[in-house]
Design a protein around this ligand. Structure first.
Ligand code: FMN
Length: 208
C-alpha cells in the first residue's frame, strides 16, 4: 500500500496545522493510502552544523527525531510538511528538521510526491509556502498543488474549521496527491524512472 508521511512543525497537536493535515488524512484514508503523522514542534530539534559527518555515517551526527524520520521518509511515496507561520516564515523546528533530514539522507527522493501546507493567523502563508516547496524542488520531487496555495488561516483549530475554502484546498490537495502517487507508480512500472545525472557539482565563483 502506498504511504504518505506527514510532518507537522507545530508544537500544537490539535492546532491549526494539525486540523489542516487531519483534513488531508481523512481523504488519504478514503483513497486507500497509508498515513503516518509525526509532530516535531515539541521536540528539541537543533539546526544543521554543516559538519559533513552524515556523508560518512549515512545519518545525522545528532541522533534525534530526524534520524527516526529518515527511514520513514525513505519508505514513503509522498511527503507532506505542515507549518505554522512564525514571523513570516515556516517555524524554526520544522526548518531545522527538514534541513537535516534532506541533507543527511542519501536515499533517492526522486518522484516522491511533495506538498507543503501552511497556517497563519493573518499573513506570511505564501512566503512560508515558497520556502517549504524548495526542499522538494531540489530533490526531484514532483510538487502537488490544489485549488489555492495550500494554506489555512486561524489562531486556533476552531478558526481553521471555519476556513471552509482552506479545508477544501486541503481535500483537493490530498486527492491530487493520491492521484499523483498512483500515476507515478504506474509510470515507473511502464517506463522506469527518468535517468538522473550527478556528474557535476559546480560551486561559484571558480567553477571547481
Ligand atoms: C512565534 C510566533 C510567531 C507568529 N508569527 C505569525 C506571523 O508572522 N503571521 C501570522 O499570521 N501569524 C503568526 N503567528 C500565529 C500562528 O502562525 C498561527 O496562529 C498558526 O495558525 C498556528 O498554527 P498551529 O496551531 O498549528 O501552531 C505566530 C505565532 C507564534 C507563536
Amino acid at each position: 500500500m502506498a504511504k504518505v508521511l506527514l510532518i507537522n512543525g507545530s508544537p500544537h497537536t490539535k492546532g491549526c496545522t494539525a486540523t489542516a493535515l487531519e483534513e488531508m488524512i481523512t481523504v488519504f484514508e478514503k483513497e486507500g493510502l497509508e498515513t503516518e503523522l509525526i509532530q516535531v514542534g515539541n521536540e528539541a530539534v537543533r539546526g544543521c552544523i554543516g559538519c559533513g559527518t552524515c556523508a560518512k555515517r549515512g545519518k545525522c551526527v545528532f541522533d534525534d527525531i530526524v534520524n527516526e524520520i529518515a527511514p520513514k521518509f525513505e519508505e514513503a511515496d509522498a511527503l507532506v510538511v505542515g507549518s505554522p507561520v512564525y514571523y513570516g516564515s515556516p517555524n524554526g523546528n520544522l526548518l531545522s528538521c527538514l534541513d537535516r533530514l534532506f541533507y543527511s539522507t542519501s536515499f533517492s527522493k526522486h518522484m516522491k510526491v511533495g506538498a507543503a501546507v501552511v497556517s497563519c493567523r493573518r499573513g506570511g502563508n505564501s512566503a512560508s509556502f515558497d520556502v517549504l516547496n524548495k526542499y522538494f524542488t531540489i530533490s526531484g520531487m514532483p510538487v502537488a498543488s490544489s485549488t489555492y496555495w495550500n494554506q489555512v488561516h486561524g489562531f486556533s483549530a476552531e478558526d481553521v474549521k471555519k476556513d471552509l475554502e482552506g479545508l477544501q484546498t486541503m481535500r483537493n490537495l490530498a486527492r491530487n496527491m493520491a492521484f499523483m502517487v498512483r500515476a507515478i507508480a504506474d509510470a515507473r512500472d511502464k517506463y522506469g524512472l527518468p535517468e538522473v545525472e550527478k556528474d557535476y557539482f559546480t560551486s561559484f565563483p571558480d567553477g571547481k
